[in-house]
Design a protein. Structure first.
Length: 276
């Protein structure tokens, strides 16, 4: 009766208040994290500038600029080791850790998405007589050999950074797809299809509005493998759908381009509930 309806409304209001509070906390946390990232990037850039000078033989032990001189083999090796140590310090500030080994250096690349830690991967490099990959735990579908051919012999820092970008983007795409399946399975029609790299997602979903159930088909293509947002989005309606739904499909398409997949669905669900 009326009391049951009031209790239901109170429960919905309470749940909405909790969601609003949680969203506000997440936004505050994100703002703090962004500020910390800016601070760490400044430190990283300063360290990179110092390392560049060291690699060129322009810095002494105390950071003083030295005159250029013809380096000996021993000087070259010591400079290489110093550069590796400085590089490890820089990477520590960006989610990459590592340690020197007898034959080279071993990196640990930690992946995360929006403050959520996901997985870690390892890269073990040999630096003598030339730089090469000794062993690794990078998934086979990450273009590691292609990245190595482009950067490994000329710029190890760039090589590790690019591998890290690929891994974090892949982890972010996979995390979004997992969140979608976990929290919005009741809206997904059939099975969400994705490839190993999670750079192609195909699925259908329904939205309830004005006592009607509307079905949309989606194809998300992530053309930039270092990005966790799609570069191409196609949202279409069923052939017999009213013409006005094209505007809704276009709005959903724009949302998928700008917002993480599970967050886009949260917005779509909220809009549907308000429409009801």
């Amino acid at each position: 009766g009326v009391f049951a309806h009031l209790e239901a409304l109170e429960a919905q209001a309470y749940e909405a208040a909790l969601k609003q509070e949680e969203l506000q906390q997440q936004e505050e946390k994100l703002a703090r994290l962004k500020a910390r990232v800016r601070e760490l990037r400044l430190q990283r850039d300063a360290l990179r500038a110092k390392v560049d000078l060291q690699e060129k033989g322009q810095l002494g032990k105390e950071g003083a600029v030295l005159d250029k001189a013809q380096p000996s083999a021993q000087d070259g090796l010591e400079r290489k080791i110093k550069s590796m140590k400085a590089m490890l310090q820089i990477f520590y500030l960006t989610g990459i850790s590592g340690k020197l080994t007898k034959q080279g250096v071993c990196f640990c690349i930690s992946t995360a998405y929006e403050g959520t830690y996901l997985d870690s991967y390892y890269l073990d490099l040999l630096i003598k007589p030339q730089v090469q990959i000794y062993r690794h735990s990078v998934p086979i579908f990450i273009p590691l050999e292609q990245i190595a051919r482009k950067h490994l012999q000329t710029d190890i820092r760039r090589f590790v950074s690019v591998v890290s970008d690929h891994l974090n983007a892949y982890a972010g795409r996979r995390y979004q797809a997992d969140q979608l399946q976990e929290h919005f399975s009741d809206q997904i029609e059939g099975t969400l299809q994705r490839n190993s790299l999670c750079n192609l997602l195909v699925f259908s979903y329904h939205v309830s509005s004005e006592s009607k159930t509307l079905v949309f088909n989606v194809r998300l293509l992530y053309g930039d493998l270092c990005c966790s947002l799609p570069t191409e989005v196609i949202v279409s309606c069923t052939p017999d759908a009213p013409a006005y739904l094209a505007e809704t499909a276009a709005a959903h398409s724009d949302l998928f381009r700008r917002v993480a997949l599970h967050k886009a669905f949260r917005s779509i669900s909220s809009a549907g509930e308000k429409a009801d």
